[in-house]
Design a protein around this ligand. Structure first.
Ligand code: BES
Ligand code: ZN
Ligand code: ZN
Length: 488
């Protein structure tokens, strides 16, 4: 899909459809007073056919006085509450609505009581993310349901904002396309190949640790998970380095869980819903997406992504419950449950990231079913050992329209992580499972300032939203790009 700016007068744009936002608290007064051709919008509000409620859509054909063939009203909710997150959704909803109607090209008019640049960036993100479809392996794709071009109504001073929005959305969609791949088409080896492609395309440095190197380093926790699969593991390191002297000593490390399929291993998962465990690499995919964007946006600090990738299978060489593994840090772990594999690979990845000199660490992982119980499918669970980094991350999340909720991580929970034979067990009790998982990670992240994002409930949309298709969401990509650009 091609995305451009157009600074024509709204009533003069010749297009299949002009999409504008209308508000609940200003009935009948769309973005611009000129946008009420023949009083039709006021009339629709008066009759209750248009409400302006969030994402409510009304399509008008042949609007009087407009060069556009259709006028689409997209509800923005209350104008006082209309921010970039709402605008992003409105843009996505407009695109998906018009795509469903067989429209191929349209013009989107952003609005809101916030800077034009932020409006254009959010609109671009919403449009491109809204255009993503998870149907890559359908052979009878309907070509008539495709948007080729969208122009955003804004003057050319918003070009930089448009570019940034496009880069951000492309990163999110890159993550989504990786997440969407089934495990037979995206093994750890395939993820390495895809990462190499990203590195070559964008000028990032890439290093891949193979099994033998991980053995000599002593990544026993990661290798323990991998040993049940015929697919060898890999440890992907992507490096972005700013040109010239860095502006501060900050070095951000992004660690992403990339289990290309999680059967649970010997502690095998029930069959129902197991097919979804192809998305257990969503944390790693998010980090690859973020790096792709950062290579273009060029933050002032060095950023390194660490993506440990394995397949968790119950093969004859698989690790067993009760096995002891020695982590890269030297700490020993009693593997009580082979399905708690994410924390094992992340333990070694966090240690490695610290040894590479990262001063700040953020990990993203589809880590626990327990976070889904706690927060459902709306909020990412956020855990941290550092209030300053946590606050900055939550601020970025808010600005990027990604809902994230801080969870507790006090020492009391460590009580649950006791083993009589080793330093740590890999699971706690049934209760507070997302927190004990985070507590386990903290053992390997401390004392480096660190934030952990449990995206198990948010990385996969169980239902389509008006602005986003069902399937991989690409959550955390936008927030982490924003944070990396602001750190330092
Ligand atoms: N990949 C799963 C977590 C998960 C669950 C992701 C649901 C997405 C949706 C993880 O490896 C896992 O299996 N965790 C176990 C931990 C338990 C054994 C302590 C879980 O949550 O059940
Ligand atoms: Zn698991
Ligand atoms: Zn898992």
């Amino acid at each position: 899909m091609n995305l451009t700016l157009t600074s024509q007068a709204p009533e003069r744009v010749e297009t299949e459809a002009l999409a504008v936002v209308v508000y609940e608290s200003q009935p009948g007064a769309p973005a611009s007073p000129r946008m009420d051709p023949g009083g039709i919008v006021s009339e629709l509000f008066a009759s209750g056919e248009a409400t302006g409620k969030p994402l409510d859509t009304v399509l008008i054909h042949r609007p009087q006085g407009l060069a556009a063939r259709r006028l689409l009203l997209v509800g923005g909710g209350k104008v006082e509450q209309f921010d970039s997150a709402q605008l992003r959704r409105a843009a996505g909803a407009a695109l998906r609505f018009l795509k469903g109607k067989g429209v191929h090209e349209f013009v989107f008019a952003p609005s809101g009581n916030f800077p034009a640049g932020a409006q254009v960036a959010a609109a671009a993100e919403g449009l491109l993310a809204g255009d993503f479809e998870p149907d890559s392996y359908k052979t009878d794709k309907k070509d008539d349901k495709r948007i080729d071009r969208v122009a955003i109504l804004a003057d050319s001073s918003a070009q930089a904002a448009l570019d940034r929005g496009v880069v951000t959305a492309q990163a999110q969609n890159l993550a989504r396309s990786l997440i969407n791949e089934p495990a037979n088409r995206l093994t750890p080896k395939d993820l390495v190949a895809r990462s190499r492609q990203v590195a070559t395309d964008s000028g990032l440095e890439i290093e891949v640790l193979e099994q033998e190197q991980m053995q000599s380093l002593g990544m026993g926790a990661l290798l323990g998970v991998a040993q049940g699969s015929a697919e060898p593991p890999a440890f992907i390191v992507l490096r972005y380095r700013p040109a010239g002297a860095p502006s501060s000593s900050t070095h951000l490390g992004l660690v992403g869980k990339a289990v290309t399929f999680d059967t649970g291993g010997i502690s095998i998962k029930p069959a129902e819903g197991m097919e979804k465990m192809k998305y257990d690499m969503a944390g790693g995919a998010a980090m690859i997406g973020v790096m792709h964007a950062l290579a273009r946006l060029k933050p002032s600090i060095p950023v390194t992504a660490f993506v440990p990738t394995v397949e968790n299978m119950p093969g004859s060489r698989a690790q067993r419950p009760g096995d002891i593994q020695t982590t890269l840090s030297g700490k020993t772990v009693e593997v009580i449950n082979t399905d708690a594999e994410g924390r094992l690979i992340l333990a070694d990845a966090l240690t490695y990231a610290r040894r590479q000199g990262c001063t700040h660490l953020i990990d993203a992982a589809t880590l626990t079913g327990a976070i889904v119980v706690a927060l459902g499918h709306y909020n990412v669970g956020v855990f941290a050992n550092d209030q300053v980094l946590l606050d900055r991350l939550l601020q970025s999340a808010k600005e990027c329209g990604e809902k994230m909720w801080p969870m507790p991580l006090d020492e009391d929970y460590k009580e649950q992580l006791k083993s009589i034979i080793a330093d740590l067990p890999n699971v706690g009790t049934r209760w507070g499972g997302a927190i004990t998982a985070a507590m386990f990670l903290k053992e390997f992240a401390d004392p480096t300032p660190w934030v952990h994002l449990d995206i198990a409930g948010t990385a996969w949309l169980e239902e389509a939203k008006p602005f986003l298709a069902k399937g991989p969401s690409g959550v955390a990509v936008r927030t982490l790009i924003d944070l990396a650009m602001k750190l330092g």
